[in-house]
Ligand binder design. Sequence first.
Ligand code: C5P
Length: 224
Amino acid sequence: MKKIVIALDGYSSCGKSTTAKLVAAALGYAYIDTGAMYRAVTLYFLQHHVSLTNQKEIKEALEHIEIDFHYNPKTGRNEVFLNGLNVEDEIRKMYISNQVSEVSVVPEVRRAMVAQQQKMGRKRGVVMDGRDIGTAVFPDAEVKIFMTADVETRAKRRQDELLEKKQLVNLDEIRENLQKRDHIDSTRKESPLRRAEDAHLLDTSHMTIDEQVEFVMEKVTSNI
Ligand code: C5P
């Protein structure tokens, strides 16, 4: 069977990663969470006090950053490693969510991440979720989905996810963070968050995970 690229883009916390993981598992494809990569860069920049206005510092820092994913059979997740260290839990914390969109605006950061993502997907057979997969990373992806959901639903889902990780964050703070990130992500100059012309729109506000997966799988089966 032909191997394809499935691009899942959309707003923060509308179920992209959950859907992507299940679709990847159903097809035996690799799942690549590109948001985790930007989060890992943010963690490194914070740890090393990299100034977002200092091109030289940014360039040097990027040369020292190595990001990869390893499957953890204990958690059943593909976890992200920064320079050999598992940072999966750290990068999901609110202090990273509060900085990641500013870091993701930086053109050098985007170029480095996009190049790495293109390399990871060059053999195809991948499900990639993010903001610019169908528009910038793989404009030739065979299946493109643009996901959205109303902000209250997204904030509640995010709160539940954080609670599962024993992080108690109030709904107002989460909603504000989602709206701020959506705004920065959609208005940045380089590869902003937008729906590719050939992306299928998927509003998950009133959908179960199974229904979301079914929607994507239906588009996939007509392409392989
Ligand atoms: O997907 P997640 O919410 O973890 O992504 C965190 C942030 O990383 C986004 O709000 C966005 O600023 C950035 N991002 C991006 N391009 C991607 C994936 C994520 O700019 N392809």
